[in-house]
Design a protein around this ligand. Structure first.
Ligand code: GAP
Length: 467
């Protein structure tokens, strides 16, 4: 059965089942802010752990880092974010609402038609394409102006005083400023990478589409340093494209039909990049950027930080002490929230399922890869009676030492199965009155709905082989 997922359906399911709630909801919310609920946080942690295992622990050429969000403001001068991290802002002259001009054009013409558009071209093109204000429907736009996306605040305890300081707009700079510390403390030899997972903040002009574009989000970034004389960047770039795509298709489990690469046009590239390829996902509203599969940042960042800080950030060739180089960098950059959104969308499935009275019903199943599922096993005693819960509770506690387990005894078993399907629990274990005498339970498979009787004594090894 086709799985016709709309954003409305997904947002409703996420709230109802505890994946994602509207931020500050009891105060009427805060536009475009979202809180991850009990299941959302499990899903997020599982994604982070899988990413860290694949890109850090399973590779001998990678190490991790967790740098501070607040950094010396000179970092953002050096990185170019103060001068160049801007989006084209247009005002509607009729209702004075503000929008990102390039995004309004993209919504009508598609990403490719707008890629690389110059600031001065935005307003004339909007007028020519008769782009109406989403708020008041008039077609009357100001010239586009540059709007810096960094959140600025003050550091210090005296009101109105203190130095300007920024919330980081990318985790990458924490890696560059620690390059020397990592080389000196870890004895790393080129090529090697530094990975980091953490929050980033951007004062987006047009956030929206649920968690796709928000002002506070989490990134998982890698800076992979190499000697440009020893390694050709294009080969490395292709290797990273393959690795990021493999993560999206094999680990996140997104079907190949829903993923594609998109190369940035030369005039679309960020100020630091000589080549960038995104991975796009087929969102319900069309193709959109999922992550940056690889960006070739050259030696831009290390050179800038060396110049602005006065520190020597060169790397000494261990085979030739006289040879000092500034390494070049390939950067794969993942958005954690966006990856999680794509995971939710691609896992959503609607299927025909039999009802207890012999009829037919539609069940919603989140077909998460087992590794990412927020809850792995649900233990469901058929009744709340002590005879059953005295077996089911200790069983749940035993299995919870190895896997995330739910234990629920209320509602009909049919309703409890449906709930577990909707949160994507791979296995339900029913403890029934026969269990008292045969010491066995019924294990139901989420995807096939097939049930099998397994001895309690064999349950742990059964799940070890499956999960
Ligand atoms: N260090 C490079 C960098 O930050 P980017 O393309 O601006 O590159 C990388 O961001 C990824 O971070 C994006 O592909 C997306 O997944 C995520 N991302 C960026 N801005 C976001 C936002 N406002 N909300 C949610 N995710 C965002």
């Amino acid at each position: 059965m086709a799985s016709d997922i709309t954003m409305d359906k997904l947002v409703a399911l996420c709230k109802q089942r505890g994946f994602i709630f509207p931020g500050s909801e009891i105060y009427g919310g805060l536009a475009n802010s979202w809180d991850y609920g009990p299941l959302g946080v499990e899903l997020k942690n599982n994604l982070k752990q899988a990413w860290w295992k694949i890109f850090v622990h399973e590779r001998l050429d990678m190490v991790g880092l967790d740098a501070a969000i607040l950094m010396n403001p000179r970092v953002w001068e050096a990185s170019g974010h103060i001068s160049s991290f801007t989006d084209p802002l247009v005002d509607c002259k009729a209702c004075h609402q503000r929008f990102r001009g390039d995004k309004l054009l993209e919504d009508k013409l598609g990403v490719d038609a707008v890629a690389g558009i110059k600031l001065e071209e935005v307003q004339p093109r909007m007028m020519a394409e008769a782009i109406a204000c989403p708020a008041c429907k008039k077609i009357d736009w100001t010239e586009a102006k540059r709007f810096n996306l960094m959140f600025k605040t003050k550091q210090g305890v005296v009101d109105g005083e203190g130095a300007d300081i920024y919330l980081r707009p990318e985790t990458a700079q924490g890696i560059f400023v620690n390059f020397k510390n990592v080389v000196q403390s870890q004895l790393m030899r080129l090529p090697f990478g530094i990975a980091q997972i953490g929050k980033s903040f951007r004062n987006e002009i047009t956030p929206g589409n649920f968690t796709f574009r928000t002002r506070e989000f989490e990134q998982m970034e890698i800076e992979y340093f190499f000697d440009p004389e020893a390694t050709e960047w294009k080969g490395l770039f292709e290797d990273w494209k393959k690795s990021t795509m493999a993560f999206m298709s094999e680990t996140v489990g997104i079907h190949a039909d829903k993923l594609r690469f998109r190369d940035h046009a030369a005039d679309e590239l960020s100020h630091y990049s000589r080549g960038t390829t995104d991975i796009e996902f087929a969102f319900p509203w069309g193709w959109g950027e999922l992550c940056a599969a690889a960006a070739y940042r050259t030696d831009f960042d290390l050179t800038q930080h060396a110049q602005f800080s006065g520190e020597n950030l060169q790397y000494t060739d261990p085979d030739d002490n006289k040879r000092k180089i500034t390494p070049h960098v390939i950067e794969p950059s993942f958005g954690l929230d966006r990856t999680l959104l794509a995971l939710l969308l691609s896992s959503y499935s609607e299927e025909k399922a039999p009802t207890a009275d012999g009829g037919e019903d539609v069940r919603v199943v989140m077909k998460f890869p087992y590794r990412l599922a927020p809850v792995k096993i649900a233990i469901l005693p058929l009744s709340k009676k002590d005879e059953l819960t005295s077996i089911s509770l200790p069983l749940a506690q035993k299995l919870a030492k190895r896997w995330r387990v739910d234990h629920h005894s209320s509602q009909s078993i049919g309703k409890r199965y449906r709930r577990q399907d909707e949160v994507g629990t791979p296995f339900c274990v029913t403890v029934d009155f026969d269990t008292i005498t045969d010491n066995a339970v019924t294990v139901r498979d989420r995807d096939t709905m097939k049930q099998e009787r397994i001895a309690i004594a064999d349950l742990e090894s059964y799940f070890s082989s499956k999960l």
